[in-house]
Every structure is written in structure tokens, then in C-alpha cells.
Design a protein around this ligand. Structure first.
Ligand SMILES: *Cc1c(COP(=O)(O)O)cnc(C)c1O
Length: 221
């Protein structure tokens, strides 16, 4: 079942778009089943849970941290994390930088954009993100690699609104790419799209879709 769903999602995705299988709250057996059908990128959003799974599962899994990350927990995942999706403050980026240097690596990160209408969502406003990039502070950070941007669309049935938000994120990405990262091939990722809205995300430039429920079923919180 898991294999069939993963296979059918893969067939829908254009070549530039990769599948992050969001396995939070699901047991190692489910992840192993997805692994056995070739899936290698998994997304988690809780540090303790991620560490336990990282210990238990095959070492060639690429773990992505997709949730809100607290500064004081960066040190636990810094040695092995493949990509941190939701960097939402300069302070968090600075801490990731520090832990990256300690571990002798440049930790790949995405800047989280706040484009949804909900108040509760984290992320840089487009203005704040541009001001930060304009400041050039990030250029001195040798323990991080800024690889692109991430966002979540509003949780709504209104497709026009979702499209508007993804489109906004996509044009902002392009503007920043041109202005701040024109010769940096690492800056290429657009992490948008979840189970309910990934087809719209793919139409609006997504290179990483984060899909949980559609693959693993409902989560029990
Ligand atoms: C849980 C989660 C997802 C996956 O959501 P589904 O609706 O289950 O596909 C994607 N992105 C983030 C940031 C999440 O926390």
C-alpha cells in the first residue's frame, strides 16, 4: 500500500521535484516499508522522535527537519541533519551556524516564508526576509548553506488563495535568487506542497513536496 502511493506520487512529480515523506508520529516499521520501496528522504518535526528514528533506521536515510525548531535543540540534530526546512529567525540561523562549525559541516537550510493568512504560522514576512538578505549578515556564516525557501499555504479549501500564496513565494524566491544568489547553485530549493495542496505547489515551482498523510495515513496526536 505505502509503495503504491509513493510510486503514484513519484509519477506525478516533474523531474525537478523531490518527495519528502513526512513520517512524524508514524512508527519505524512504516518508515522501513517506505524505505524498502526506495524512498530515502524523510521529514520529521520533533527532535526527540527524530533522534530515536535516526538511531534505529538505515544510515543512508536523508533526514529533513520540517517543523518549528527551537534554538536549544539544534545541537542534537546538527551532526546528521540533511536539511532544515523552517528557519524563521536570524537567531536560529546563527545557532545552526555555530553547531555546523562545531560539527565541521555546513548545514543546509531553507528560510521559511510566512505567506499564509493564519496568524499562528511561523516564518519571515517577505519584507523581513529581504531585509535580512540585504543585510548580508548571512554571508559570513560558514556553518550553514542557504539552499532556498520553504512555506506553508493557508489551511483552506479555497484553491485560488492557495495558488496566490504559492505564486507569491515562488516569485519572491526568483527575485532573491537573482539578487542575492545568482551564482550559487545550492540556492535552488522551494519547499512547498503537502498532502492536500501539492499539485498546486508543483505548478508553482516546488522542488520539494512534504507529504505525510497521503502516504502513511492519518496521524494520531
Ligand atoms: C506535518 C507536516 C507536513 C505533512 O502534512 P500532510 O498533510 O500530512 O501531508 C508537511 N509540512 C510540515 C511543515 C508539517 O509539519
Amino acid at each position: 500500500m505505502i509503495c503504491q502511493v509513493i510510486e503514484s506520487i513519484r509519477q506525478e512529480l516533474p523531474q525537478q521535484t523531490h518527495l519528502v515523506a513526512v513520517s512524524k508520529y508514524h512508527p519505524c516499521e512504516a518508515i522501513q516499508a517506505a524505505y524498502d520501496c526506495g524512498q530515502r528522504i524523510f521529514g520529521e518535526s520533533h527532535v526527540q522522535e527524530l533522534m530515536a528514528k535516526h538511531d534505529a533506521l538505515p544510515k543512508d536515510i536523508e533526514w529533513h527537519f520540517i517543523g518549528h525548531l527551537q534554538t536549544n535543540k539544534v545541537k542534537y540534530i546538527a551532526p546528521f541533519i540533511s536539511l532544515i526546512h523552517a528557519v524563521d529567525t536570524p537567531k536560529l540561523l546563527n545557532e545552526i551556524n555555530k553547531q555546523g562549525i562545531k560539527n565541521g559541516r555546513r548545514i543546509p537550510c531553507l528560510l521559511e516564508l510566512h505567506v499564509a493568512q493564519e496568524e499562528s504560522k511561523y516564518g519571515f514576512s517577505l519584507e523581513a526576509c529581504e531585509a535580512y538578505l540585504e543585510s548580508g549578515e548571512w554571508k559570513t556564516l560558514e556553518g550553514v548553506q542557504i539552499c532556498g525557501m520553504m512555506c506553508m499555504a493557508s489551511n483552506t479549501d479555497n484553491e485560488e488563495q492557495i495558488v496566490r500564496e504559492f505564486r507569491m513565494a515562488n516569485s519572491f524566491f526568483s527575485l532573491c535568487k537573482e539578487k542575492y544568489f545568482p551564482h550559487d547553485d545550492n540556492f535552488c530549493h522551494r519547499s512547498w506542497g503537502m498532502s492536500d495542496d501539492y499539485p498546486l505547489a508543483v505548478q508553482n515551482g516546488s522542488t520539494l513536496v512534504r507529504i505525510g498523510t497521503k502516504i502513511f495515513g492519518e496521524r494520531s496526536y
